[in-house]
Design a protein around this ligand. Structure first.
Ligand SMILES: Cc1ncc(COP(=O)(O)O)c(C=O)c1O
Length: 399
């Protein structure tokens, strides 16, 4: 038979897939293993949002909608962007699609010609590089160290730019680092993008989850010159505990949204109509439940970071947003734990799962194999037990 698509075949399986399969198999065998790998809130979707989804079904919001989403939802998104970020968008600037992940994909589709380079500061969400390759682009990663707070600097960005550079993909606050760019930091990065005529895909999906009283600045809020080249990505998955409803959105210049609209009309069509009804309630109604979930995450983060930094052999920075902690395992590299030499995060994650009965994600796929990622979107009880296990695991291995 003739070969399959070379582009599709070259897509890498997620590095966490094998680990996840092992974790699920252990659970299915009745083993008391604790998982910190999931990138989703452990809370249920709030009831009023669920009921809005049910009402959508009962009221026959069960048919095709415009490919870019209902006008009501796009208006409600404009309202939310104005309230939370001071942004003025019209419904024609908004595209709703099946999750922020798909929004990122269609945004790249609208921007990239074969061979265009997309700059990705790392550590970054594993999907970015694969997605760029899927649309025929070339991912160019710029690594940042823990000492640099895992953040891109304007100098490093400037040095990575050449004639093929087209887009900067920035995630703020970041999965997996939890770091947040300040307004000043964003301004310095945006100035380089304006100077070299780069588009900016600004993934702000975790903007609602910030801690210690921090405030959020959207890339699109830095003035007209920046906003016209920014494709803002957001969605309801993380802030409203709605990962399974699959609703994300794009805010951008109409020149860009009109191309995306055509692409969607010939591919997915509209996102699920009842899920759009539920999302309308999420973004339009008062945000009290978002705030109570945020407070719970903050409490869990505080506990996790303090405990982790008190355990010999590992350490972490205090994340400023999202719900992930990058645990530094550099001190464990080269040591033998339970008969296995730890060469990198993958080795550590394997042994920790098998012998410590805790599942964490090696950050190799995110761009740094000296770290593993813990999600604190887990119950306080599990977080406590997970860290107890980490302490015992390392102590009994003689660390
Ligand atoms: C940085 C980042 N962007 C986008 C997404 C995708 O969100 P959605 O569930 O809306 O597709 C995720 C989910 O893990 C994420 O971590």
């Amino acid at each position: 038979m003739k070969e399959l698509s070379r582009i599709a075949s070259a897509v890498q399986a997620s590095t966490t897939l094998a680990l996840d399969a092992l974790y699920k198999e252990m659970k299915a065998r009745g083993i008391d293993v604790i998982g910190f790998a999931a990138g989703e809130p452990d809370f249920p979707t709030p009831d009023y949002i669920k009921y809005a989804g049910i009402a959508g079904i009962v009221n026959d919001q069960t048919k095709y909608t415009p490919a870019v989403g209902t006008l009501e939802l796009r208006r409600a998104i404009c309202y939310r962007l104005r309230e939370d970020m001071g942004l003025e968008y019209a419904p024609a600037n908004i595209v709703v699609s099946s999750g922020a992940k798909h929004c990122l994909y269609v945004a790249l589709r609208a921007l990239i010609n074969p061979g265009d380079e997309v700059i990705i500061p790392t550590p970054a969400w594993v999907t970015y590089t694969e997605m760029v390759k899927m649309v025929g682009g070339i991912p160019v990663t710029i690594p940042a160290t823990e000492a640099e707070q895992f953040k891109l600097t304007p100098e490093k960005l400037e040095a990575a730019i050449n004639d093929n550079s087209k887009v900067l993909m920035l995630n703020n606050p970041s999965n997996p680092t939890g770091m947040l760019y300040s307004r000043e930091e964003l301004e310095a990065i945006a100035a380089v993008c304006v100077k070299h005529d780069l588009y900016i895909i600004s993934d702000e999906i975790y903007y609602g989850l910030l801690y210690d009283g921090r405030t959020f600045t959207s890339m699109a809020a830095l003035g007209e010159e920046v906003r016209e080249r920014t494709i803002l990505i957001n969605g309801v998955s993380k802030s409203y505990a709605m990962t399974g409803w699959r609703i994300g959105y794009i805010a951008a210049d109409q020149r860009i949204t009109s191309v995306i609209a055509k692409y969607l009309s010939h591919s997915t069509g509209n996102a699920s109509a009842p899920a759009q009804a539920a999302s309308m309630a999420a973004v339009y109604l008062p945000q009290d439940t978002v705030e109570s979930m945020r407070r719970a995450f903050e409490e869990r983060r505080n506990y996790m970071v303090e405990r982790m930094n008190s355990i010999p052999g590992v350490s972490c920075l205090k994340p400023e947003g999202a719900f992930y902690v990058m645990m530094n395992i550099t001190k464990l590299l080269g040591k033998t734990l339970y008969g296995r030499v730890i060469r990198n995060a993958d080795d550590f994650a394997d042994v920790f799962l098998e012998k410590g009965l805790v599942c964490v994600v090696p950050c190799t796929g995110f761009g740094d194999s000296n770290f593993v990622r813990w999600s604190y979107a887990a119950s306080m009880k599990d977080i406590t037990r997970g860290l107890d296990r980490l302490e015992k695991f390392l102590r009994e291995a003689g660390v």
